[in-house]
Design a protein around this ligand. Sequence first.
Ligand code: NAP
Length: 282
Amino acid sequence: MGQVLDCRALAKEFLEKIKEESTKLKEQGINPQLAIVRVGNREDDIAYEKGILKNCEKADIIGKVHTCFPDIDMEDFIDTIQKLNNDSSVHGIIIFRPLPKHLDEDIIKHIIDPNKDVDCMNPLNLAKVFEGDLDGYLPCTPAAVMEIIKHFNIEVKGKKVVVLGRSMVVGKPLAMMMLKEDATVTICHSKTENLKEVVSDADIVAAAIGKPKFIGKDFIKDNAVVIDVGINVDDNGKLCGDVDFETVKDKTSLITPVPGGVGSMTTALLLKNVIKGAKMAL
Ligand code: NAP
């Protein structure tokens, strides 16, 4: 069986380092603060928010929730974001997505101050990632995947990497970050032909499609590395990834589980970005 990469311990280690940085900043008069903007009361938003606040506490970062009514109009929503942009005590802003349809994300993503854009929503920050400049804010989930790759010494250079999914939140930036590490990258999506064939040629598979247990053992080459980004609920109401873990694990050399894999690292990467924002303020 492949080694199961439990990322919880790594996340704990990460949060401890972030806490040390936060303490240093406090000594210099900066109290790192994350503003969480939530519209309405969606269950998944509230669950994500709870996880962020718990980790804020562990990392000694202030996490403040700004809740908006579900019917807030564009003008008031933009005003909320601009107030946070102008508030010098706020170092990072995350706006939970997807937003309700009447709030135009294509406009809002340009409003958020690029220096506080810890969730990498503003195209200015994403453009840097696409240019291969990884010194700015990195989108948290792809950054979490790359930290896992680094921590477990997974060789990426020259390897065939298949990224499943082409969203701007995960798939596309992850593909760019793999490319930066000299991987040979293929991006697959819902229109990819012969998907099984393409994926089963990969040395490393990163799945981010949002389809529970979709990737079975037929998709995976012997001894491939499998990174499962998906967070789904299966027919029994249990959390699961995009990969059918039980059938796939024996074919892999390394595999991340769900839960306990990429998801456990994502919030730590968000808070790392808040520290970056606080350092900018300094
Ligand atoms: P998304 O915006 O819905 O994008 C899904 C992507 O998967 C799209 O590019 C889509 O292709 C592709 N796709 C869908 N069905 C497919 C199929 N049958 N074969 C091949 N490609 C297919 O989702 P997302 O926001 O990127 O999230 C993806 C997954 O990651 C979800 O399970 C989400 O919950 C999870 N996630 C996890 C974290 C974490 O912290 N671990 C963070 C964010 C998201 P088209 O472009 O052609 O439609």
